[in-house]
Design a protein around this ligand. Structure first.
Ligand code: AP5
Ligand code: MG
Ligand code: ZN
Length: 216
């Protein structure tokens, strides 16, 4: 099953991808997570990417294309892949098509998780993360104990780019550079819309109805 999870910042890509990855046993590839891991480790890539991320801008295409090419070459992707946060520009999508052709794993479907703008700001400003990869929301998905991760007991924290001004800029970058990919994939007959305004579990059920068709 070869899938792109598409949608604006805060749409629920990461939340759904984590569940889908467990359910279908295919790797969840989040370029945002890969970049944040590099920032944390202080790699050369991380140092370059951090400046863009903290401003809510996209990291340059050539950097991302390199990351995704390497990641898709790893053996676990033989089972399929669930891309989250890539592609985000037309050049990234064109590069992806070339890479997928080379490895013989064409896209099955692009899921566009639709959520209106006014809802996105609230989702992002209330999000709390754990270093184990779990994420929560103060209202929509609260942990059992405030500030503590249910699954590992770790301290929850907010992402550096979940500040109001940076959130606005991320939404702006999405509109200018990423949104055009909706038409790009619709024209290739790969796009399926998912109503992302429903609760987390309902969205998951709706996605499964679509993806079950691609289970072999
Ligand atoms: P990235 O990490 O990809 O961030 P993003 O696209 O801004 O998306 P988010 O991770 O913020 O949102 P999400 O859709 O995953 O939502 P989540 O499930 O967490 O990228 C970060 C940065 O890295 C970019 O700004 C850029 O600089 C750089 N970058 C990454 N990829 C790049 C690329 N390809 N090219 C260039 N630059 C790149 O949910 C959000 C919150 O809502 C959570 O609190 C969650 O609990 C809650 N929630 C989820 N679903 C629901 C629901 N149905 N109802 C209510 N609440 C919900
Ligand atoms: Mg995410
Ligand atoms: Zn945790």
């Amino acid at each position: 099953m070869n899938v792109v999870l598409f949608g604006p910042p805060g749409a629920g890509k990461g939340t759904q991808a984590k569940e889908l990855s467990n359910y279908y046993d295919i790797p969840h590839i989040s370029t945002g997570d890969i970049l944040r891991a590099n920032v944390k480790e202080g790699t050369k890539l991380g140092k370059e990417a951090e400046q863009y991320m903290n401003r809510g801008e996209l990291v340059p295409d050539e950097v991302l294309i390199g990351i995704i090419k390497n990641r898709l070459a790893e053996p676990d992707c033989k089972k399929g892949y669930l891309l989250d946060g890539y592609p985000r520009t037309i050049p990234q999508a064109d590069a992806l098509a070339g890479i997928l052709e080379e490895i013989g794993m064409p896209l099955d479907v692009v899921l566009n998780i639709d959520v209106p703008d006014e809802e996105l700001v609230g989702r992002l400003s209330g999000r709390y993360m754990c270093k184990c990869g779990e994420s929560y929301h103060i209202r929509f998905n609260p942990p059992q104990k405030e500030g503590i991760c249910d699954s590992c007991g770790g301290q929850l924290y907010q992402r550096d780019d979940d500040k109001e001004e940076v959130i606005r800029q991320r939404l702006e970058s999405y509109k200018n550079k990423t949104q055009p990919l909706i038409d790009y994939y619709a024209n290739k007959n790969l796009l399926v819309h998912i109503n992302g305004e429903k609760g987390i579990n309902s969205v998951f059920d709706d996605i499964r109805v679509v993806l079950d068709k691609y289970v072999n």
